[in-house]
Design a protein. Structure first.
Length: 184
């Protein structure tokens, strides 16, 4: 099994050297940088990116997971991150990096699969997210999914906003997990 979670449209897979050059291209893509950071950042030389990519690979532990987002037919289209903040809480990030796949509902499908992975596989009870003001699609997805924004700067980085999943979603997921354990 090469995926951590799968639906008919999306697969979440561990970060892999097989797609290193795709990740490197995304790291230096002007349009993607504007969408993610609000500005075009200086080009990152490949040797620096290799070091950063190695650190991300080493960082994948029980507390941090860097994931690749693939379509149902295994085309890599984006990245996700799960940061386990405690035994019961996780923070998520998601980006559809390939422009040709944006605006087709794949971000929402990946988001829903990421939430499912966190609740069912990691068995967390609470999920939060962070965003920058320039991440309009991500912010829209969080808002339309019922996440509420806390004060800017509460995510530990001045320009980041922290989003919290609605309380009723936690109660619903916890009840589902408890019922599933009782049935087993």
């Amino acid at each position: 099994m090469d995926h951590l979670a799968r639906s008919t449209r999306i697969q979440l897979k561990p970060l892999s050297w097989n797609h290193f050059y795709t990740h490197y291209a995304w790291a230096n893509d002007d349009e993607l940088q504007r969408l993610e950071h609000g500005a075009v950042l200086p080009r990152e030389p490949v040797y620096q990116f290799i070091g950063r990519f190695e650190r991300m690979m080493q960082q994948d532990t029980a507390t941090t997971q860097h994931l690749q987002v693939h379509t149902g037919n295994s085309t890599i289209i984006g990245v996700a991150k799960v940061l386990r903040e405690s035994q019961t809480e996780a923070s998520i990030e998601l980006t559809i990096c390939e422009a040709a796949y944006r605006g087709k509902g794949l971000g929402r499908a990946a988001f829903e699969l990421l939430l499912q992975y966190c609740f069912e596989t990691l068995e967390v009870d609470r999920i939060s997210a962070t965003s920058r003001p320039c991440q309009h699609a991500w912010i829209h997805l969080l808002q339309s999914s019922g996440f509420s924004r806390r004060q800017p700067g509460t995510a530990g980085v001045e320009e980041m906003d922290r989003w919290l999943m609605p309380e009723h979603a936690y109660a619903h997921r916890s009840a589902q997990r408890t019922a599933g354990r009782a049935a087993a």
